[in-house]
Ligand binder design. Structure first.
Ligand code: NI
Length: 226
């Protein structure tokens, strides 16, 4: 499942973040790449413990935890702290699949990368190219979202970032370990949750709502891993 989550940050917030990113000291993106993907990766990244990365990452997680769409779709168990990247002057990241397990620097805890996410901090008209291309069962999806918006997609999918041939593309990316490992099961629960929310608005007193909500939780209980 590929999901667009709009407006996690307002335009003035995005502007302030972008200004801070323009002043930052960037490092080679290969610092967090595996052996294989280092060959495909040509971009810049803030080091994991960079104060600005930590500050923006913390603000993102606070927003995400308040986003009903993210909570319902990702069913998050734990999140790898968001990283920040910059593509400019022809920078690109060729087709790859993300490493299955990630360990944040200085942490004992490991995160299984069930879901990948990219939050855009540059407006689409600020740069040429730079689309996130994701191959899934419906074919290739090309994603280039307004600043402040995020895309969530399965960590299992083959993806790439096209070369930025003009301007600069700032974004954040991170991984989520879900309570439910399988994308197809998460998609089913997300659909059902959405339908229950809609019914709760339209027919709040309907007695079947209790049974449907119960069935949602009984499916979740069957699939959940903690
Ligand atoms: Ni990737």
């Amino acid at each position: 499942m590929l999901l667009h989550i709009p407006g996690l940050f307002e335009k003035d917030e995005v502007q302030r973040i972008r200004e801070a990113l323009e002043q930052a000291d960037w490092a080679d993106g290969k610092i967090t790449a595996g052996f294989q993907s280092a060959k495909a990766k040509h971009n810049l990244q803030l080091p994991e413990n960079h104060p600005l990365a930590k500050e923006i990452g913390a603000a993102m997680l606070e927003r995400l935890w308040k986003s009903p769409l993210f909570m319902s779709a990702a069913l998050p168990h734990k999140v790898f702290p968001p990283l920040l990247n910059c593509y400019t002057a022809g920078g690109s990241f060729d087709f790859h699949i993300d490493n299955a397990v990630r360990q944040p620097k200085g942490s004992m805890e490991r995160v299984r990368t069930d879901l990948s996410a990219t939050l855009f901090f540059s407006e689409p008209e600020d740069y040429d190219g730079g689309e996130l291309e994701i191959q899934d069962t419906f074919g290739t999806q090309r994603v280039k979202l307004p600043a402040g918006d995020m895309v969530l997609y399965p960590g299992t999918s083959l993806h790439k970032v096209n070369a930025v041939t003009h301007g600069t593309r700032y974004a954040s990316f991170f991984w989520t370990q879900s309570l439910v490992r399988e994308d197809s099961q998460r998609a089913l629960l997300f659909e059902m949750d959405g339908a229950i929310q809609q019914l709760t608005r339209d027919l709040p007193d309907h007695p079947s709502l209790i049974r449907l909500t119960g069935t949602y939780h009984n499916l979740l209980r069957r699939w959940v891993e903690v």
